[in-house]
Design a protein around this ligand. Structure first.
Ligand code: MCA
Ligand code: AMP
Length: 512
């Protein structure tokens, strides 16, 4: 009898590896070259180690590790062993990690040797059985232990609807929700993008994004792996490193801040970009100025696309000329197989050109939030459309423009910050009565987080002290760049804080 088809995402990615496994798969900025065979063997050894732990099916493997090729191998190993990958931003601090580990209850935590002393304690207190370390220089117990295991491994059989990864996205009420993505969600989106973005046999990707969020982990890595394309792997975004690599590459993906910073480099020229095929931007709105400046400087038109942790990619500007033009200021059309509609508050489609709520449906849309059935139910319409919380409009050609958000969300340098979470921390600080956290335009980060706090009677909370106190508690990108202490917040007749007035007041804080 024929083996049932294995819908494990790793099987799909593995099928994209080239026939010659001795070719370069990944080159790092330190000059290390990993072949496809290295990815195959390395992920097998780690998968065998995970399988040997005798942890239950569906166990979460949490990774709070610096960006490295081995961290990517851990992801691939988790998939192939059939466990659930839980990536955690390295900027997260103790209180944030305590919540994620308490909520997700991973069986395994992998952390950097640097954070091991406190993170292992926190994990063991939360009932985690296994804590391994992984440094960015191939040090640590994960690789030491894995080196004793065989370098072949039969990919665990999975159905498309089985869980592959949980990505925490901050919640509107301040508590993060774990978006549950299945093997099918990720594989279908990866295949759609391979085709729509016209990945070519000789493509080479510059991988400059972190690998603990959708953009760097899924969109970028899956694209290259599925296409058998070499990745020029950067442990962090450094504009000069990217520019040095442009002549050898064909594809680059970045959040708008990366494009803004690259434009500041004199080395960004038409000649440097002559061999490039595609520049892709997403995760936050790309300013039309950046889109135009890029066209002028490089001769290339950035392809902007739109997605979410809950849905992976939803819309994209065209790649192939026959699919149409790339229109700056828009996020393009619904990807093939993905349903996107713009509706009013009663979930009725609004006419073309009118603004409404963006809702989506498709094989890429997640199954729900981890252990939050009520929250999940709230975010879907009765007929199964997911409410993105984004507000947009379609043009007559089906191009979507995101004009705002109904969710109270700030996107700073491509990272999401939920004001309610920061307000919660501020409100607990001595001398603070209440607070309002808002996003204001910022030339580098697109939006910057700032806070307006109301002092308690007789109290004199100071900006520097509040910022310092926050720095120890939350990821640095969430810490307000400025804190203003005031006597009261503007409110409407219903008593609701008028954040729009605060945004207007501080709109020019970081320049026009
Ligand atoms: C760093 N800092 C920031 C940010 N990043 N402040 C605000 N927003 C940020 N994003 C601050 C730090 O707090 C620190 O301040 C100082 O900058 C230097 O920190 P460092 O880590 O050295 O910064 P950097 O290396 O220059 O990082 C900037 C960056 C990074 C490269 C733009 O933020 C980044 O990689 N962003 C990409 C995020 C991403 O991949 N998003 C995709 C999400 P201090 O010294 O005062 O502490 S996936 C997604 O959204 C969806 C689904 C999608 O559609 O893709
Ligand atoms: P995340 O929670 O990290 O998954 O972020 C998803 C959110 O990022 C979306 O709901 C949008 O608000 C925003 N986003 C992603 N791509 C774009 C884009 N190209 N333009 C505007 N907003 C975007």
């Amino acid at each position: 009898m024929a083996e049932p088809h294995n819908e494990n995402l790793f099987a799909a990615l593995r099928a994209g590896f080239p026939a010659d496994l001795d070719r370069a798969a990944i080159e790092t900025e330190t000059g290390l070259v990993y072949t496809w065979r290295d990815l195959e063997r390395g992920s097998a050894m780690i998968a065998n180690l995970l399988a040997s732990l005798e942890i239950p099916a569906g166990s979460r493997i949490a990774a709070h590790t610096d960006k490295s090729v081995e961290a990517l191998l851990l992801y691939l190993a988790t998939l192939r062993a059939g466990f659930v990958y839980l990536p955690l931003n390295t900027a997260y601090q103790q209180a944030e990690l305590d919540y994620f580990i308490g909520n997700a209850e991973p069986a395994v935590v992998v952390c950097s040797p640097r954070t091991f002393p406190w993170l292992s304690k926190l994990a063991f207190q939360r009932g985690v059985k296994h804590v391994f370390t992984l440094g960015d220089d191939r040090s640590g117990t994960l690789l030491e232990r894995a080196s004793h295991f065989p370098d072949t491994h039969a990919i665990a059989p999975k159905r498309a609807d089985e869980l592959a990864a949980i990505l925490y996205t901050s919640g509107t009420t301040g508590r993060s929700k774990g978006a549950m993505l299945s093997h099918g969600n990720l594989a279908s989106n990866a295949r759609t993008l391979k085709d729509y973005w016209d990945w070519q046999p000789g493509d080479v990707l510059i991988h400059a994004l972190p690998i603990f969020h959708v953009h760097g982990l899924f969109v970028a890595s899956h694209g290259a792996l599925l296409n058998g394309s070499t990745m020029l792997w950067l442990s962090k975004f450094e504009p000069k490193w990217v520019i040095e690599r442009l002549p050898r590459a064909t594809v680059f993906m970045g959040v708008p801040t990366l494009y803004v910073r690259l434009l500041q480099e004199p080395g960004l020229t038409r000649a440097a970009c002559a061999g490039m095929r595609l520049f892709i931007s997403g995760s936050a709105p790309l300013l039309i100025e950046t889109f135009r400046d890029w066209q002028q400087r490089t001769g290339h038109t950035i392809l902007e696309r739109y997605g979410m942790s809950e849905t992976v990619m939803l819309t994209s500007n065209p790649c192939k000329p026959q699919d149409g033009d790339r229109l700056g200021g828009t996020v393009g059309r619904a990807l093939p197989g993905v349903g996107v509609r713009v509706v009013d508050d009663a979930d009725r489609a609004v006419p073309v050109g009118e603004i409404g709520n963006v809702q989506v449906k498709g094989p890429n849309v997640f199954g729900g939030y981890w252990r939050m059935p009520e929250k999940t139910a709230e975010e879907f319409t009765p007929d199964g459309w997911f409410k993105t919380g984004d507000v947009g409009r379609f043009d007559a050609n089906g191009y979507l423009t995101i004009v705002g958000r109904s969710k109270d969300l700030i996107i700073s340098g491509g990272y999401n910050v939920y004001p309610a979470e920061i307000e919660g921390y501020l409100n607990e600080m001595p001398g603070v009565g209440e607070s309002a956290v808002i996003g204001v335009p910022h030339p580098d980060f697109g939006e910057a987080v700032i806070a307006v706090v109301v002092r308690r009677a007789e109290a004199h909370p100071e900006e520097a002290a509040l910022v310092a106190a926050l720095k120890g508690r939350i990821a640095n990108y969430k810490v307000p760049k400025r804190v203003f202490v005031v006597d009261e917040l503007p409110r409407n007749q219903m008593g609701k804080v008028q954040k729009n007035l605060l945004r207007a007041e501080h709109a020019k804080l970081f320049g026009a």
